[in-house]
Design a protein around this ligand. Structure first.
Ligand SMILES: Cc1cc2nc3c(=O)[nH]c(=O)nc-3n(C[C@H](O)[C@H](O)[C@H](O)COP(=O)(O)OP(=O)(O)OC[C@H]3O[C@@H](n4cnc5c(N)ncnc54)[C@H](O)[C@@H]3O)c2cc1C
Length: 390
């Protein structure tokens, strides 16, 4: 406890010193990933220099500090309180790194973890394809061994932050003869391969592009950059998905709290707070956020949070956040349909933060595993209900 207090004091002092005018509230995060990118990339390196990236890795020696679970929560709380920039390097830090720590070779860890910890190399996740989203085992991108490398051919889609990434971890088919998930492997692919890797940003309803289509046309990945052995990709990838769904939830709730406070402030300003139905929705939203927090605390620190816990957490927050987006518009009434300023040639499609939040939250029940899939997992693996007919 005293340790945690000391940790909080050190984190707060460091943030107070570093998060000055340049960095405070520069934006970013889901729905706004295009905002303040050069500044946020500088910030990543600032974090890296002080060892704040990778504090949850459980292993040090890559330029990172390590922290207990309680301290990781403290760090997230202080980070949010300081209004420090939304992270750009979270895919490398929270998805790639734990995978390498668990399944990577010594050489892979030594090559890839230090630049993530320094905030220098950015990663994206190349799993989904036009015909393989929920049904990930249907992946068709092929990786064919060619001497000391693999050659990749195929298409990924919805690849978040691909246009900024230096590397992509790609789930590809190395054995076309093996049944579905058995022939898959995870490869680390450099993005800077002109003519062989083509990134085409997809424009979203927000007018911005956070994800892209990625085309591989003979792209090369070194054979020693195969993670976990050939044909082992399914096992490696599934561990990573469970992590994506569960662990960051508590941290995320700090952001949710702030968004809910903004909606309440708007309701007070517009008078929507006097509408008993809207008031009831706001209170429900507040109560549900408390329930999510207790649920996250309850499962924190157990292996994957216990059976089905990542799926329960994803179901809870996805729907909650989507309803918050709807509420953010409802408290504004008809004014929600108008932009923050008149549209013009220079500003043809301007939206403010709440409008972008509303539009982006439509995706919350899809990415990281759609709601229906989470319900399937809970039904089959936790409740033991009969399997869905295939
Ligand atoms: C904002 C955002 C960011 C993303 N970032 C990434 C990324 O960085 N990297 C990456 O690889 N992917 C990413 N994705 C892709 C995401 O993982 C997929 O969209 C998701 O897995 C769903 O796949 P799909 O879009 O192909 O939909 P489909 O699988 O085609 O599903 C369509 C609908 O059918 C339902 N459905 C499908 N199968 C079943 C079933 N068996 N039973 C009942 N219902 C079913 C689904 O729930 C859904 O409602 C991102 C998606 C979004 C929206």
């Amino acid at each position: 406890m005293a340790d945690d207090d000391g940790f909080r004091a050190r984190a707060r002092a460091w943030l107070a010193e570093k998060v000055g005018e340049e960095y405070r509230g520069v934006g970013g995060g889901p729905g706004s990933e295009h905002e303040g990118l050069p500044v946020r990339r500088r910030w990543e390196r600032e974090l890296g220099r002080a060892g704040w990236i990778g504090i949850g890795w459980g292993e040090e020696g890559y330029g990172n500090r390590t922290a207990t679970l309680a301290q990781q929560v403290v760090w997230a709380e202080e980070y949010a309180r300081a209004r420090a920039p939304a992270r750009v390097g979270h895919i490398g830090e929270n998805l790639l790194a734990p995978t390498l720590l668990r399944h990577g070779t010594r050489a892979q860890k030594d090559r890839f973890l230090p630049p993530v910890a320094r905030g220098e190399e950015l990663w994206c996740q190349g799993y989904s394809e036009p015909g393989a989203g929920s049904d990930l085992a249907a992946i068709r991108t092929a990786a064919v061994r060619d001497g000391r490398a693999y050659r990749l051919t195929g298409q990924k889609i919805w690849t978040s932050l691909a246009q900024y990434a230096d590397w992509c971890f790609v789930l590809a088919r190395t054995d076309p003869a093996a049944a579905r998930h058995r022939g898959l492997s995870l490869l680390l692919v450099p993005m800077d391969q002109p003519g062989r890797v083509d990134v085409r940003p997809i424009r979203q309803p927000t007018g911005t592009s956070e994800f892209s289509e990625v085309f591989f046309d003979g792209a090369l990945a070194r054979a020693d950059h195969l993670v976990g052995g050939e044909g082992d990709g399914w096992r490696v990838a599934l561990g990573l998905l469970a992590r994506e769904r569960g662990v960051a939830t508590l941290v995320q709730q700090i952001g949710f709290e702030r968004e809910l406070a903004d909606v309440v402030r708007t309701a007070l300003a517009t008078g929507a707070i006097d509408d008993p139905l809207l008031r009831a929705r706001l209170v429900t939203q507040w109560a549900e956020l408390r329930v999510m927090r207790w649920n996250a605390l309850r499962t924190l620190g157990t292996e994957d949070g216990g059976a089905g816990a990542p799926s329960v957490a994803k179901l809870l927050w996805g729907g909650w956040h989507q309803r918050l987006g709807e509420l953010a518009m409802a408290v504004r009434g008809a004014a929600a349909t108008a932009g923050p300023y008149d549209w013009s040639g220079e500003r043809p499609y301007a939206l403010d933060a709440a409008q972008r939040m509303f539009l982006f939250t439509r995706a919350d029940t899809i990415y990281g595993g759609a709601d229906e899939i989470q319900r399937d997992i809970i039904a089959e693996r936790v409740l033991g209900l009969p399997r869905e007919p295939r």
